[in-house]
Design a protein around this ligand. Structure first.
Ligand SMILES: Nc1ncnc2c1ncn2[C@@H]1O[C@H](COP(=O)(O)OP(=O)(O)OP(=O)(O)O)[C@@H](O)[C@H]1O
Ligand SMILES: [Mg+2]
Length: 248
């Protein structure tokens, strides 16, 4: 099928035969994607491309976009499910309600629902202890129980520290992007890519690694040419209302 073309294989670029890497598993079931890398490594650019492809090819998905920094996704500012800065926690809470309604069979699972959170590490660390624990527990429950409910979770962060994830929920991320100079952060690499730690080298901005059940690939993310279209399709998904529930 190869519809959800997210990035290029860096090996193929090296021999001047660029080949897309597709994440078509999204077409069949909920996925958990972690995008990790130091500041400026290209996490947000890659996440925006992924959200654009999902918006185009999943058949009217609903995206909740949580943007604690409130800069990179301002193009969504008039959309119903856009949660910048001080609204970020509310965004995860609202998505959690959607998930709980699906879990309890009170809402249909027909539409693919996606929770994207940029900079989740900064968000969790910025909260008072009680609130941060509540948020971590909600994220853990979502990560552990939502896959069969047509729900995907996409999370970008600088460091995937264990303390950010309650109940070992980090292990649920079946798709892991390690962007840029991750190799220098040996602790992070050991936490999320221990089996490949000797293969991972420092990469420039926009380059990195993709780890899935199928193994590891070196990748190159590409800045989409048609930014206007990218933003338009994402806005449509972020503005979509989920059926079957007041708060949904
Ligand atoms: N694939 C790419 N090709 C070329 N340049 C890129 C690519 N990805 C990112 N960049 C450049 O790097 C800059 C930083 O990218 P981005 O905002 O995605 O990084 P980030 O990891 O999200 O950073 P932060 O942690 O500060 O949010 C972009 O503004 C862009 O200029
Ligand atoms: Mg960013």
């Amino acid at each position: 099928m190869r519809l959800i073309k997210v990035c290029l294989s860096e090996t193929s670029c090296q021999i001047n035969l660029p080949r897309w890497i597709a994440l078509d598993d999204f077409l069949h079931s909920g996925q958990r994607v972690m995008i990790v890398g130091p500041s400026g490594s290209g996490k947000t650019v890659l996440a925006t491309t992924l959200l654009g492809k999902l918006s185009l090819h999943l058949g009217e998905p609903i995206i909740y976009l949580v943007d604690p920094k409130g800069i990179d996704f301002r193009f969504c500012e008039n959309c119903k499910n856009y949660y910048p800065v001080d609204d970020a926690v509310q965004g995860i809470e609202d998505f959690f309600q959607l998930f709980e309604a699906r879990l309890r069979n009170q809402a249909p699972c027909t539409q693919h629902a996606i929770l994207f959170t940029d900079e989740i590490s900064s968000l969790i660390l910025s909260l008072p202890k009680k609130e941060s624990e509540e948020l971590k527990n909600k994220m853990a429950r979502l990560l552990n129980l939502s896959r069969a409910l047509n729900i995907s979770i996409i999370t970008a962060m600088q460091r995937p520290s264990a303390e950010l994830f309650a109940n070992g929920a980090r292990d649920n991320y079946n798709i892991r992007f390690l962007m840029g100079n991750m190799a220098v952060n040996k602790e992070s690499v050991a936490m999320i890519a221990s089996e490949y730690k000797d293969m991972i080298e420092p990469c420039p901005v926009g380059l990195g690694y993709l780890i899935t059940d199928g193994g590891i690939k070196k990748i190159r993310s590409v800045i989409p040419k048609d930014k206007e279209k990218l933003h338009r399709v994402i806005c449509e998904a972020v503005n979509r209302k989920a059926p079957g529930g007041a708060k949904q």
